[in-house]
Each structure stands twice: as C-alpha cells, then as structure tokens.
Write a protein that binds this ligand. Structure first.
Ligand SMILES: *[C@@H]1O[C@H](CO)[C@@H](O)[C@H](O)[C@H]1NC(C)=O
Ligand SMILES: *[C@@H]1O[C@H](CO)[C@@H](O)[C@H](O)[C@H]1NC(C)=O
Ligand SMILES: *[C@@H]1O[C@H](CO)[C@@H](O)[C@H](O)[C@H]1NC(C)=O
Ligand SMILES: *[C@@H]1O[C@H](CO)[C@@H](O)[C@H](O)[C@H]1NC(C)=O
Ligand SMILES: *[C@@H]1O[C@H](CO)[C@@H](O)[C@H](O)[C@H]1NC(C)=O
Ligand SMILES: *[C@@H]1O[C@H](CO)[C@@H](O)[C@H](O)[C@H]1NC(C)=O
Length: 932
C-alpha cells in the first residue's frame, strides 16, 4: 500500500474527533516528512488514552513519551517514539513502551491505520485485560511486534498469522494470555522468519511442536513458564543460529539431552525446573560458546561430565536439584570466568576439589545437600569475591576453620549446618572479619555460643539449632546485632534459661526442645513466630503475651504451664494463625474468641484439663483448618455450628465428654473440606451421622486426578504456610489398631474415627460414598445389623475396625477387593459364616475375628461345614511369607505410615513388620516446623 487514494484520505479525516479537525490541522502539504493522516492517527490515539488536560500532567511524577506529541507540532516524525522512513516519510516504527497507557484497546484504535509500521512496541503499559485486537493483522509489514507486560488477556487472534514478515515477536508476561487457537504449531508454521520469539508466561498447555525446529533463523527462544507438556523435540537444540534457549518453569515438559555438536552458537541454555531425565552427555563440552547453563531442578542422573571444563566462557553454572552422583570434576578449574556455581541437592561424593579455589570470580557457591566428605579447602580464602557460601548438609569433616572462611571480606551468607566437623577454630579477636547477614551452624557439635558472633553487627538470620549449647544464655549474646536480627533458631539445644530480649526486630524465635525452666520468656513486640514447645516452662501464661500484637504462630506446647488460658489471648485472634497449647496443665474454660476477626487456622489445646463448652466464637474463625481439643474435659454436644467452616480439614474431639446424638445437619454442604474427623472416646449416642457422611465431600473422589503417589514434595502436608515459614500440623490418632503420632499430616489422608462411643443402629450405606477414606474405625459402639456391602467401594481403605459391636451376618466377600487393606478387625461381634480367603484376607490373624462364634475358616480353627461357603485355603497355609509381605506392603506403602508409634500393645506379625518398615520413615519426621 503506497500512496493513499484522496477520497479515502478525506473519509479518514472526517472521523477525527472534532476539535482536532480544526483548520490548523488540515494537511498543509508543506515540507514536513510527516504524513498528515498518520499524524492525526497518533493524536487520536493519544487522546483516547489521555484527555487534553491529563496529557500535559506528569503521571505518577514521570514524564511520558506522548507528551511530546503536540497538536501544533507538525513534524510527527520528530515525536518521541516515532520513526519514519527516510524516503516516503511513512511511519515505520512506533515505540510506545512504558508510556503509561491505561485502558482497553480494540480494533478500532487509530493505531492500526499506520499501515506501514514495521516495528510496534506497546510493552509495559496496561491495556486492562483487553484481547489483542484482531486488527493487528492489518499491519502486514510488521517485522517486530512487542506486546509484553501490558495486561493483555484471552486468545491470541488468528490474524497474527498474517504477519509473515515478523522476525521478532514478544507476547510475554501477559498473565492470562493463551495460545490455543491458533496453536503454537500453527504460529511457527506461518511466521517462518522469526529470529526472536518470547512467549514467557503465556499459557500454551501443549507440547513444543516439532515445527519449531524449522525456524532456521531463530536466535532466541523463550518459553519460560508456558505450561508446556509432552516431550521436547531434541531437534530444537540443533537450530543452526540458536543462541538463547529458555524453557525453564515447565515442570510437565520432559525430555533427554541430545548429543551436542561442535560449532553450536548457543550461549545461554536454561532448562530450570523442567522434567528432563537421563545423563548430561559428555558432548556438552562442544557448546563452547556457553556463558550460562541452568539445568536446576530436573531429574538428570549420572556423573557430571568433566568435559564441562571446556566451557571456558561459562559464568553461570547451575546443576542443582538433580540426581547427579560421583565426584565434582577437577576440570572445573578451567572455568575461570565462573561467578556462580550451584550443584546443591544432588548425590555428589568425594572431596570438594581444592582446584575450585582458583575460580576467583566466584560470587555464589552452593554445594549443599550432597554427600561430600573431607575438609573445606583451606585456600577457600582465595575466593575474594564470594558473597554466598552454602555447604550445609554434607559429610564434611575435620576441623572447621572459621578463622579462614571469615577472612572473606565480601561474604554475606554462610551456611555450614549439618556436617560432621569435629571441632571449630574461631577467628581471633582482632582480625577483620566478614560481616555476615546470615549464618547457619545448626547441627555442628557446638557446645557453646561462638564468641565471634559478638562482633557481628549485621546478622539478620542465625540458625544454631541442634547443637549441644548448654546452660543459661550469656549476656553478650543478647547484644548480637540487636537492631538487625530477625530470625533466631536455637531449638534442640540444652539451654536452661533465656531472659530479657534486646532484639528490636526479631520476627522468629525458635527455642523448642531445650531445657528452659521458669516462666515463659516474653519475646519482643516485633515477634511473628514464637516457638517454645518441649521445654520445662511452668507457671501461668503471662498476660504480657496478650500484647504481642504481630504474632502469627504461638507454640507453647509440651511444657508444664498451668492455670487458665488468659481470656485476653483471644484479642490476638486478628493476627494469630497458629495457636498450639498442647500438652500442658491448663484448666478452666477455653477463651471465648469473641473478636469479630479471627484469623486462626490451627488451634491445638489437646492434652490439658479444659472444661466447659467449646467457645461458640470459633464460628468466626472462618479460615480454621485444624482443631484439636483431644483429651480435655469439654462437656458439649456435637458442634454442628462449625459446619460452615468451609476450610476445616481436621477435627479431633477425642476423649472428652461430648454427648448426645449427632443429629441431622442444619443445612446442606456442611464441613465440605473435612478429611480427618476423630470423635472417639466420648459419649455420643444415637445413630451414626449418615447425612453428614453424604456431605463430607472432601472424602469422596471428585476429580480424576489421583494425587495418591503424585503429590508434590513441598505441599504434600497440611501445614500453615507463609513466606519463609512452614508449620506442619500434627496429631495423634489410632490407625491400624496402633496409637500413632503424626508429626505431619499428608494432604490426602482421610480418616474417620467414631470408636468408643454409644452409637446404636446400623452402619449406614452412605459410608460407602466416602471413597477416599483410608481409615474407618467404628469399634466399641453398640452397632447392630449387618456389615453394608457398600464398604467394598472404599477402595483406598487401609484400616477397618468394626470390633466390639453387635454386628450380624457375614463378612461380605467383596471386601476382599480392598487391595490396600492392611488392618481389619471385626472381633467381638455376632458375625457368622466363612472368612474370605483371598488377597489381603490371607494376611489377617486370629485377633481380627475372635469373639464371633459363627465365623469359620482360616485363620480360625473352626472349619466351615459347607464346602461351597469355604473356598480351599491357599496351599502353603495362611502365611506364606514371600507372597504375603508383598500384599501387606500394598497396605502400608501408601504413606499412611508417616507417623510415630506411641504404644504398641499387640503382637501381631503385621505390626512387628510395620515397626521395622516405619523406622525408615522416622528420621524424616524430625522437624515440626521448617524455615524455607
Ligand atoms: C515482506 O518482506 C519482503 C522482503 O523484505 C518484502 O518484499 C515484502 O513486501 C514484505 N511483505 C509484506 C506483506 O510487507
Ligand atoms: C562432540 O563431543 C563429543 C564428546 O566430547 C565428541 O566425541 C564429538 O566428536 C563432538 N562432536 C562434534 C560434531 O564435534
Ligand atoms: C571472561 O570474562 C571477561 C570479562 O567479562 C571477558 O573479557 C573474557 O573474554 C572472558 N573469557 C572467556 C574465556 O570467555
Ligand atoms: C583445561 O584447559 C586447558 C587449556 O585451555 C585444556 O588443555 C584442558 O584440556 C582443559 N581441561 C579440561 C578437563 O577440559
Ligand atoms: C573424614 O571422613 C573420611 C571418610 O569418612 C575419612 O576417611 C577421613 O579420615 C575423615 N577425616 C577426618 C579428619 O576425620
Ligand atoms: C447407650 O445408649 C442406650 C440407648 O440410647 C442407653 O440405653 C444406654 O444407657 C447408653 N449407654 C451408655 C453407657 O451411656
């Protein structure tokens, strides 16, 4: 489209807003290069975003580009952001990035009349979740289009496919923008001249198409956080011009690394947090142009190839969070330009190569969470630029030379926790030390607080947990970084007292598992997380605790606190999320929680002597997830009024004096998120809560995704999470006939324990709708009638206890379909007929069936009279170990065993086996709170 026909020109003019169409704006045909119709299109565009007045105002104190666009200024080619071609004077480039454009945009925008544009940049504006206008396809001469970070949403219009001359396309960072129709495949089939393609944060939800490998001009491809799936075609690594490839943040994108060829121009390669597996090929050494290599958070295995040492231009190398093993290759010493080296969280062995200390540009070094042994190389003090050193959780041994390490003047963060150092040499008093902002020396065999800390004035984060630091805290320690310290972890030591706090900005104080005696030390007002569980604190909870107005987590559990819970503690309910008072000697009433605002998510007052009713104010705690009042003396009826707490997941009322019938729900959709409910050892009566069973929808399968074995590692426990803190909820519950302490609760665990009450009547069929249930305990009630066939629907059930009731009839043979059943008890009922003889039922012993005079068949000695009712026992008897342990393993292998066995009174084979199995888990369950 060269010149424009005159009549079209006139038509264009007539749609210009009136006050622009004044005489002075009529085309003058003067010597300016600027074409009048383009000039007016720009002015119209400006006017659509800024009215006359605001256009001269400074927006947010910033000058914006469009200010230079003035009605009276004729030569629009000189306007800021505008580029005209030299010959015809048409506008070929428009850069409106960061122009404070705010408002929606559509195909009528005058911008799309600039038909000669070859380059259009609208990045960093806010188009207020507009769709990308389809008129974009009219700008067919475009070679470069940048719409990033401008709040576009919805589908990309198919008209984009007309822009076949595009060499650069950036649609990134528009949250909610989708590439489905057209698909990425269609896009790359049309736009074959692309050199730069940046789609990061665009929702693609599809595999990377093979056709990308046909984009032979491509030099940079950024598909970060695009929700890519499938397997990456390895031909993409062979694109002849590709210099930058960023596929990071696509955890569902799998693939293998190909053989790399010499001569590849690739400079920057990031596959961070994708799902790549297999080895790193030694041909990676052919990528000699690489300056940046990021394979963090994949499933790469095998050894780190020593050919990495050929990549002498590398400045950033990250292989962290993989499954790499073997030694760190000494060839890395060749990478003299390296500034950042991260191999953390692999399975590396051997020593830290002394050669690493020749990488004198290193700023960041992280080798944590490996199995490295031996000493820290003494020449570490050569790494003069080092800012961050993390060697925690290895098996480093020998003497820890803090005197050497702390010579590093630029060192800010030092993490050495959880190694095997036999002793520590602290720096001398008069030397000049690094001024650290974070230090981790947890689990380092310290028997006292290191004195060099008294010279640290900038510490914000200090972890000295799991040492043997003994006795009262010395006065000098209270003066360490008084204005800076925000995080202090001294848990799991032998500290006996802790008094006045001088830290002005302390947010987290963890003193759990010490020997602290006397009254609760009152933390500073700034405190947000205060954890003093498992000490020997006594006396009453001081009223001063009610002044901690920023507190979010308060854990005073497992002490010897007595007296009543101060009612003023309920004033904290507008900041407090976690309140744990478990295991003290508190008595009296539960605070009333009468505040309108209640942010509590977790309340544990179990194992005290609280009396009276449950406070009705709990109904205001609309985000409550966990309530445990086990083992108190609460006298109340079933709290149906909590049914509206739609986040409530865990409700434990075990061992109190609740009474009466549970009755029918007052509304539908009560307790929709409940997944663990323990009402055992109370005096509930009447029939089982059949209507509630219908409503507890969290215990029913409602999505196809079976999270059972597929839960992400981090979010797989029910916990309170906040930036930097994760507080796992814990509970004690009877499972598989064993009282177990769960230090953490898996998110998918579903349990019902209504045992030891006075429930009467039948087991309702509706219990069979709770198909996600892992544990059902109805023992020790007065239930009658027969075992409902619907129980066979509970295919995830691992533990079923119906013992000590008055049940009649047969054990339904279909229960043998319950492949995960590891514990089954129907003893002390009035059951009769043959015991099923297949699958899990081959593993249950006498105790499962005793006290039912009518039952017959293995393992009972009573033979079934009628051969039709009694299928033959398996040839090798009921306990052919080789087969049966496999079956049992199915029942225990699901992760339900994540718990600590409290008491074990039975002697059954299963439970003995279980104990052995369980010990493997025990180590992992140490930490109740985690700082991430
Ligand atoms: C695309 O670019 C080519 C070569 O630069 C040019 O000849 C052609 O006119 C362009 N196509 C369009 C639609 O502008
Ligand atoms: C790439 O590297 C491998 C292993 O280092 C080598 O055997 C191969 O010849 C190299 N390939 C090319 C094309 O240079
Ligand atoms: C190392 O970095 C410096 C400065 O950035 C650069 O001049 C030099 O070429 C790099 N060396 C290699 C081998 O790439
Ligand atoms: C280290 O670099 C030297 C010289 O550049 C080279 O000869 C040697 O092969 C490299 N070592 C490794 C292991 O790549
Ligand atoms: C460190 O551990 C290694 C391997 O366990 C052992 O061989 C070595 O003797 C230990 N060194 C010291 C100083 O304890
Ligand atoms: C259990 O309930 C029945 C009938 O509801 C009642 O007769 C009996 O006394 C109750 N037993 C106990 C121990 O409360």
């Amino acid at each position: 489209m060269k010149g424009m026909p005159f009549d079209l020109f006139v038509v264009l003019l007539t749609i210009i807003p009136l006050h622009f169409a004044s005489l002075e704006t009529l085309p003058s045909m003067s010597s300016t290069k600027c074409h009048e119709q383009e000039r007016s299109a720009l002015l119209e565009f400006k006017q659509s975003f800024f009215d006359a007045e605001s256009s001269v105002c400074l927006l947010y104190g910033h000058r914006h580009k469009l200010e230079s666009w003035k009605l009276e200024d004729r030569d629009c080619c000189d306007w800021e952001g505008v580029d005209c071609d030299e010959g015809m004077g048409y506008m070929i480039g428009l850069d409106l990035s960061k122009s404070y454009l705010f408002g929606s945009i559509n195909s009528k925008a005058s911008l799309f009349r600039l038909a000669h544009l070859q380059s259009l940049n609208l990045a960093w504006n806010n188009f207020n979740i507009s769709q990308i206008p389809s008129a974009i396809g009219d700008l067919v001469e475009l070679m470069s289009l940048n719409l990033s970070s401008s709040n576009f949403k919805g589908e990309i219009p198919s008209q984009v496919l007309k822009l076949t001359n595009l060499t650069s396309l950036d649609l990134s960072n528009n949250f909610g923008l989708e590439l489905r129709n057209p698909s990425m495949e269609t896009l790359v089939q049309f736009l074959t001249k692309l050199e730069h393609l940046d789609l990061h944060l665009l929702n693609v939800s599809a595999p990377v198409p093979d056709a990308v490998a046909n984009l032979s001009s491509l030099t940079s491809l950024v598909l970060r956080n695009c929700n890519l799936r499938g397997t990456l075609p390895t031909t993409i690594f062979e694109l002849p011009r590709l210099q930058l490839l960023d596929l990071s943040g696509n955890p569902k994108l799998s693939g293998h690394l190909p053989e790399f060829h010499l001569g590849s121009p690739i400079k920057s390669l990031s596959l961070r947090w994708t799902n790549f597996s297999g080895n790193i090929p030694s041909s990676i050494g052919n990528l000699t142009q690489l300056t940046m290599l990021d394979f963090r958070h994949n499933k790469l295995s095998g050894e780190i190839p020593s050919s990495l040492g050929k990549l002498v231009r590398l400045s950033y190398l990250n292989l962290g969070m993989n499954l790499l093993f073997g030694e760190i290759p000494a060839s890395l010493t060749n990478l003299t330009n390296l500034t950042s080296l991260d191999f953390h969280d692999n399975q590396l062995i051997g020593q830290i190569p002394a050669e690493i200390t020749s990488l004198t540009w290193l700023v960041y070094l992280d080798l944590s969470f490996n199995r490295l042994t031996g000493p820290i190389p003494e020449n570490i003090s050569n790494l003069k630029s080092l800012d961050y050193l993390n060697l925690q959780s290895n098996n480093l041994n020998g003497t820890l030379r803090l005197d050497v390490i702390l010579k590093l003047q630029h060192l800010n963060g030092l993490q050495l926790s959880s190694n095997e150092f036999s002793s520590i040499i602290e720096p001398g008093m008069n030397t000049s030390l690094s001024n650290l902002s974070s230090l981790g020396l947890a689990s380092s065999n310290l028997s006292e607080l290191p004195i060099f800390l008294s010279y640290q004035s900038r510490l914000q984060w200090l972890d000295l947990s799991q040492n043997r630091i003994y006795g009262p805290t010395p006065p000098w320690f209270l003066n360490v970084s008084t204005s800076q310290l925000q995080f202090l972890n001294l848990s799991r030591n032998l500290i006996t007292s802790f008094t006045a706090f001088k830290w002005l900005n302390l947010g987290t104080l963890d003193l759990q598992f010490n020997d602290i005696q006397g009254l609760i030390p009152i933390p500073p007002k700034s405190i947000t997380s205060y954890l003093v569980s498992n000490n020997k604190l006594s006396g009453e909870i001081s009223l001063e605790m009610c002044q901690l107005s920023s507190i979010g987590i308060l854990d005073l559990s497992k002490n010897k606190l007595s007296g009543v819970i101060p009612p003023c503690l309920s004033n904290l309910s507008d900041s407090l999320s976690v309140l744990n008072l478990n295991g003290n000697d508190l008595y009296g009433r539960f605070p009333q929680l009468q505040n309108d605002v209640c942010k509590l998510k977790m309340i544990d007052v179990s194992d005290n002597q609280l009396q009276g009713l449950l406070p009705r104010g709990l109904a205001n705690c609309s985000t409550l997830e966990f309530l445990n009042i086990e083992n108190n003396q609460i006298v109340d009826t079933f709290p149906s009024w909590m049914g509206l707490l739609s986040y409530l997941k865990v409700l434990i009322l075990r061992s109190n004096r609740f009474h009466g019938a549970i009755g029918e729900p007052e509304a539908h959709d009560q307790f929709p998120n409940l997944q663990i409910v323990d009402l055992s050892m109370n005096n509930f009566s009447g029939s089982l809560p059949s209507e509630y069973f219908d409503m507890w929808s969290a215990m029913k399968v409602h999505d196809a995704v079976d999270t059972y074995y597929d839960v992400g590692y981090k979010s797989s426990y029910i916990a309170f999470r906040q930036v930097g803190v994760e507080y796992d909820y814990s509970m004690t519950i009877t499972n598989k006939g064993i009282l177990m302490k769960y230090e953490r609760i898996l998110v998918y665990l579903n349990m019902i324990d209504l045992s030891s009450n006075n429930f009467t009547g039948e087991i309702p069929n509706s219990v069979g709708s709770l198909t996600k249930l892992h544990m059902l305990n109805l023992s020790n009630n007065a239930l009658t009638s027969s075992i409902p066939l619907s129980l066979a629907n509970l295919t995830k059930l691992e533990s079923l206890d119906l013992s000590s009731n008055k049940l009649l009839g047969m054990i339904p043979p279909t229960l043998a379909q319950l492949n995960f059943l590891a514990f089954f008890n129907v003893s002390d009922n009035h059951l009769a007929g043959p015991i099923p003889q297949v699958n899990q039922f081959r593993t249950f012993e006498n105790d499962s069936y005793g006290g039912n005079l009518g039952l017959c068949g293995v393992p009972l000695t009573k033979k079934c009279g009628n051969p039709v009712e009694a299928p033959p026992a398996p040839p090798s008897g009921a306990f052919a170990e080789e087969i049966d342990w496999k079956i049992i393993l199915m029942g225990f292998g699901s992760g339900l065993v994540i718990g600590v066995v409290m008491g074990l009174n039975t002697t059954s084979k299963i439970e003995r086996w279980f104990l052995r199995f369980y010990r493997g888990w025990q180590q992992r369950q140490m930490h109740h709170i985690k700082f991430v």
